[in-house]
Design a protein around this ligand. Sequence first.
Ligand code: ATP
Ligand code: MG
Length: 505
Amino acid sequence: MPKDLVKSEMSALSPDKQIGNVGILSEMSERSDIIRQIPAHDRPMEIAEVLKLADELIFAKTGEHIDYLQKAILEGTFQGRTYPEIAEATHSSEGHTRDIGSELWQIFSEGLGEDITKRNFRAILEKAKFDNFSSAIGRVGRDYVAINNLNICQERARSPTEPQNPQPTSKQPQIDLGDAPEIFTFFDRTSELSTLENWITQEHTRLIALLGISGIGKTTLSLSLIDRIKTQFDYVLYRSLRFSPTLDATLTNLLQIFSQPSEIPQNIETKISHILDYLRKYRCLIVLDDVQMLLGSGQLAGPYKTGYEDYQLFFKLIAEVCHQSCLILNSWEKPREIARLSKDNHPVRCFVLGSLGVAAKEILNSQKLSDQETWSTLIDIYQGNPLWLELTATLIQELFGGRVSEFLQCEMPILDEGLQSQLSQPFGRLTPPELAVMVHLANQPEPVAVSQIFNKIPFSPSEIVNAVRSLGNRFLLDTQEQEQITLFSLNPVLKQYVKTQYLSN
Ligand SMILES: Nc1ncnc2c1ncn2[C@@H]1O[C@H](COP(=O)(O)OP(=O)(O)OP(=O)(O)O)[C@@H](O)[C@H]1O
Ligand SMILES: [Mg+2]
């Protein structure tokens, strides 16, 4: 997609590129004791009051509290800083800072009924006697907030008597789970569910990557999460991207939920902007599953396939643009931009799903296996991976009469044919250096450091380092720290798979 077009849509909101008024914040803070003694209407504003007002207005408009960058822009403007200076101080791009700034001025303009820009922001607030605005927020009607006779954001209005983190209200969401699998049994994952719920409902995380090796339970967990928190949303949607739809197709599909087919725009930039509008207007929870199908095969983990790069921009916008919704991406590879965005103060999080732990015994129980005292060993070997355990349990039931101890007497681990074909998918995506690292590690009795792989396989150190990193992003390596050295190894199932597929001749 032509990125400039989306960018120009966003920056069309940026009417103001001027330097703000020079503030007197530092003097003010030195004089704070004196200021407290001056009647409110006679003294200059304090930044804390501005931030409080901003938080009220932003919450009323978006349902979210003021975030780090918005705060930095207001403080910077108050201090007479330029956008480039604020961007540098917050490690954000200048364009993004300007976009967020222009959204802020728009919120202030709507909320206060004045045409507010970066240039006149401080002067207008001073002139309008901030305390009048502030107290006006207290006039809460039945279903609106009036600020200087201006009603704002009916559906998001919040009384100042409400707690900082209001309890979510129960909604009748519109739910469309598309072709999501039906979940018949769901064991444990209690702490995973509460972490994800907290990120979404308390921390207002906009983008979550739910990551982990195939079969570990991402789809099942995300559907269970939907069931748990659906009443806090207006729309709950699930779509699998297993057939690699283009971004255009995915957006069209999602827009059909919100609007009539005739209202869906033709060009992709407008589709993106419509989706963002809906994510702002409604509280939506959207799960996009099987995101790895958008990522390239035969290259290091992370980048998108040719023709799918615009998803990267879309996910970035979801993370950066102000809205009240959450997008969850399930994938067995970490998309490249997610790591960067989560480090960049954006409301973005990664959750790497691991073993089901002791709850995996329920899987063995449901398959009516015997020899319970040996179940922990079986779960350890198969990494608490629900799919691997389900497949192996079926095998034990069919060939060993359900007796786990008899099965464990075989040379471990035995890989069911279904399990092997499951593993062939991630292995089919590896680059030659990655495959060489896997084969080398499969032959090692003990974990090894990256430097110990140098000169052992016919690739340069930098190719090996990048391969190891990429394998980590595919969740194919086990790591451990020993005397301040990171050591890498393969779990027994992957080791056995590599030996069977690549070392048997
Ligand atoms: N918590 C759980 N309780 C019971 N069964 C589970 C649980 N988690 C996963 N399973 C079972 O394990 C199998 C794999 O789960 P799921 O499809 O969710 O994995 P996945 O991580 O989405 O895999 P993939 O990446 O291949 O799509 C399914 O049959 C599912 O029913
Ligand atoms: Mg899945």
